[in-house]
Ligand binder design. Structure first.
Ligand code: CA
Length: 248
């Protein structure tokens, strides 16, 4: 990251734009502004911002669609801004892959704290080494970007997952969740650990999100999603990625 991280503010309310320009500049951010969703998508690739602050209600292309599109292009941290806090639950439920949510009206100080938290997590993500995973079969000694457990393989540098030889497409959070489960195959991971790891410690949604993601993963990974043998539930604790016997 540069000395002054660039935050891409996608916001159509002039009062917020002006306050953010001043407030975030003071906090050491470089601020770029797009005033509608289409402009945001047009300029994103050139700007390569460190973080996107994305209003939900935007002219031309909605914040939801902008978020989905950005997620298909990039892992850039995204903070979604909703008009009222009641909307956050709905938006979280849509699973667009934003990293955090904040409701208007918000204080710049609170926003900046969240921005820093999201940036820290994203830096940790990009500089992290794989967690130890003796139980699973890493491909090769040097390249730890790929992990193979049983009939599923995942390469996080290439963002590829193969299930029984066929490539499947996973949204970012499902990918991160599967990656963490597989990297720790054979171990029980608690619900809290999974949520912290995949959504971050200051996650504001409810914990049903985890179950929804597990269910989606099972539908893509399990030979029979109704009786899972890969991603198993450990009642009262969490989940475990099962290591097949021949690989133990
Ligand atoms: Ca708006």
């Amino acid at each position: 990251m540069t000395e002054r991280p660039t935050v891409f503010v996608v916001e159509d309310e002039e009062a917020y734009v002006e306050a953010l320009k001043v407030g975030l500049d003071k906090e050491g951010f470089r601020v770029e502004v797009a005033r509608d969703g289409a402009e945001a998508l047009d300029r994103f690739d050139d700007l390569q911002p460190d973080l996107v602050l994305l209003d939900l209600m935007l002219p031309r292309v909605s914040g939801l669609d902008v978020c989905r599109e950005l997620r298909s292009r990039s892992r850039v941290p995204i903070i979604m801004v909703t008009a009222k806090s009641a909307e956050i639950d709905t938006v979280v439920g849509l699973e667009m892959g934003a990293d955090d949510y904040i409701a208007k009206p918000y204080r710049v100080r609170e926003l900046v704290a969240r921005m820093r938290a999201v940036l820290r997590r994203s830096e940790a993500r990009s500089s992290e080494t794989e967690p130890p995973a003796e139980a699973s079969g890493h491909l090769g000694g040097e390249d730890d970007s790929a992990v193979v457990v049983g009939d599923v393989s995942l390469d996080h540098h290439r963002h590829e997952v193969f299930v029984r030889g066929a490539e499947i497409q996973l949204p970012l959070k499902e990918f991160d969740l599967l990656r963490y489960l597989m990297a720790n195959a054979g171990r029980v991971l608690t619900r809290d650990a999974l949520i912290d790891r995949v959504w971050g410690q200051d996650y504001v949604g409810d914990t049903k999100t985890l179950d929804v993601h597990i269910k989606r993963l099972r539908n893509k990974v399990e030979p029979d999603p109704s009786s899972p043998t890969r991603i198993v539930t450990i009642r009262g604790l969490g989940y475990k990625y099962e290591v097949p016997e021949r690989q133990r």
